[in-house]
Design a protein around this ligand. Structure first.
Ligand code: THU
Length: 194
């Protein structure tokens, strides 16, 4: 699992590459995790370096917090539209594209079970249909105590369009966990191999 240090290092690399949206989400994730600090000197130094870093972002940290909050809310809302008469397992997803637009999806099950589509892939296919090609964050909502991560198939499809994304898992009871796409799919197969 990523720590606030690793999120901050990644944010630095994205900012150096002038990818300010990715930098913002990674810095916001460092900040969100750092909320649970231990009060040590090392901790103090880290919160200073997060503060210093945030000043270099083109927009205030609250901008990225707000976008992620919207994505989490929309994933939770969309979950209630899931068509899951066979599993009764409702999932919602919301992707944030590189133009900061949100794209939602829910799982859609089929009487021929294998044709079921997961929430993450529904969101991705809808977003691509709206002309979006790159994504920096995705929120996934399910009502489980142990937060539900994307399945293997979804990880592969998401990786193609969102290798730099932050993946935020939530449930309706306020629990939250964050991963990076690279953490969820290490040693990924990509178009570069073709
Ligand atoms: N499902 C998703 O939509 N996303 C996930 O990340 C895990 C699984 C759906 C597929 C199926 O409709 C139900 O959850 C049970 O597998």
């Amino acid at each position: 699992m990523n720590t606030h240090q690793t999120f901050l290092h990644a944010a630095e690399a994205f900012l150096n590459a002038q990818d300010t949206l990715a930098a913002g989400f990674y810095a916001e994730s460092a900040f969100a995790l750092h909320g649970k600090h231990d009060g040590s000197n090392a901790d103090y130094a880290l919160s200073k370096s997060i503060d210093t870093f945030v000043e270099r972002l083109p927009k205030p940290l609250a901008h990225y917090t707000q976008l992620l909050k919207q994505a989490k809310l929309r994933a939770l809302e969309t979950r209630l539209h899931a068509h899951a008469p066979f599993s009764h397992f409702l999932v919602g997803a919301a992707l944030i594209a590189d133009d900061e637009t949100l794209h939602i999806g829910c799982n859609v099950e089929c009487s021929s079970y294998g044709l079921t589509i997961c929430a993450e892939r529904t969101a991705l296919v809808s977003a691509v249909s709206h002309g979006k090609k790159r994504f920096l964050a995705i929120a996934v909502a399910a009502d489980t105590n142990e937060l539900t991560p994307p399945c293997g198939a979804c990880r592969q499809l998401l990786y193609d369009f969102a290798p730099d994304a932050i993946v935020v898992l939530v449930n309706p009871h306020g629990a939250e966990k964050r991963f990076t796409m690279k953490e969820l799919l290490p040693e990924a197969f990509t178009a570069a191999f073709l």
